[in-house]
Ligand binder design. Structure first.
Ligand code: NAD
Ligand code: UDP
Length: 319
């Protein structure tokens, strides 16, 4: 297959590109390098089946491809809140441009949606049939509502123009190649622990998340794209739910760190609980995550170890 990955120089996109190249596909990456990095794909650049273009997905583009993975969008709260209007544009116009290309070339298009479309969920765990509980005017809304409109566009292009769509709702994913200044919890805690600096828990640490290792996520995304049974939406994530306080303890344990814990205010609209119901993905894709947090975190710790002295973590909480 000839595969386009928008946002392919980012964290998940670079792992997806690596895996697709290894599977024998040719890959085109479009990225504006807003939160992505050439370092993430430097090792792939010599590959003759890879093309990389600096391009902003809010501007239309044309090419012949079979599959489009539309991943372009900053995913970390501090990054997507830095330019909220651009975040909305990237989600909405980016989805329209990907869908327009799919329409013109008869390509299949997969949209990277998110658990954030469930907002601060009142149903737990979250099944795909749950419509969510989302603030339309808060600091997270640019991301949450942008992604919700992108979902709407996917199904409108599907119903109106018969575009071949796949919709993945990605839950918290972690792994090597997260940015040092990414600001998300796993990278922040690991860098703080490696430096012996205080670990910053926002709120009292009782809020929960369920973390999926990036290799499992890539496997789920490819299986969703490659099958013909469903358009989705499908939740992709690891249902192993942990409190943020417990994540901090685990990272201190695994790094052997002397870091203490400090508490900072909980950002506005920070979801209190999150866990995917993945029964649909298990059934349709015969997929479930394999990598436990205890097995995945050490890989990320080793990735960050040489970087810990050179780069500062994000020292700013989202609003
Ligand atoms: P990331 O920030 O590492 O990657 C996003 C990539 O998109 C970057 O390379 C960035 O430069 C690029 N990009 C951003 N705006 C762009 C634009 N206007 N034009 C072209 N490129 C642009 O984030 P990630 O964690 O790899 O997330 C990838 C996708 O998965 C995103 O769509 C995100 O919303 C979704 N997602 C991720 C998670 C997660 O936990 N990582 C969870 C839910 C959903
Ligand atoms: N968090 C934290 N300390 C940090 C970074 C994040 O306690 O240094 C918390 C954050 O408030 C949230 C959880 O960890 O409750 C996950 O945050 P992240 O930004 O990684 O992902 P998201 O909130 O988008 O799920």
């Amino acid at each position: 297959m000839k595969v386009l990955i928008t946002g392919g120089a980012g964290f998940i996109g670079s792992h997806l590109a690596e895996r697709l190249l290894a599977d024998g596909h040719s890959v085109i990456i479009l990225d504006n390098f807003h939160t992505g990095s050439r370092d993430n794909i430097r090792h792939l650049v010599p590959h003759e089946d890879l093309e990389v273009y600096r391009h902003d997905v809010t501007d239309p583009y044309r090419m012949e491809v079979d599959w489009i993975f539309n991943l372009a969008c900053p995913a970390s709260p501090i990054h997507y809140q830095r330019s909220p209007v651009k975040t909305v544009l990237t989600s909405v116009t980016g989805a329209i441009n990907a869908l327009q290309l799919a329409l013109e070339t008869k390509a299949r298009v997969l949209q990277a949606s998110t658990s954030e479309i469930y907002g601060n969920p009142q149903v737990h765990p979250q099944p795909e049939g749950y419509w969510g509980n989302v603030n339309t005017i808060g600091p997270r809304s640019c991301y949450d509502e942008g992604k919700r409109v992108a979902e709407t566009l996917m199904f409108d292009f599907h119903r109106e123009h018969h575009v071949d769509i796949r919709l993945a709702r990605i839950f918290n994913t972690y792994g090597p190649r997260m940015r040092c200044d990414d600001g998300r919890v796993v990278s922040n805690f690991i860098l703080q622990a490696l430096r012996g600096e205080p670990i910053t828990i926002f709120g009292d640490g009782s809020q929960t998340r369920s973390f999926c290792y990036v290799d499992d996520m890539v496997e789920g995304l490819i299986r969703l794209m490659a099958q013909d049974r469903t358009t989705g939406p499908l939740n992709l994530g690891n249902p192993d739910e942990r409190s943020i306080g417990r994540i901090a303890e685990l990272i201190v344990e695994l790094t052997g760190s002397t870091s203490t814990i400090v508490y900072r205010p909980l950002p506005q609209d920070d979801p209190t609980r999150r866990r995917p119901d993945i029964s649909r993905a298990q059934q349709v894709l015969d997929w479930a995550p394999k990598v436990t947090l205890e097995a995945g975190l050490p890989q990320v710790i080793e990735y960050f170890r040489p970087l810990a002295d050179r780069h500062r973590p994000a020292d700013k909480a989202p609003q």
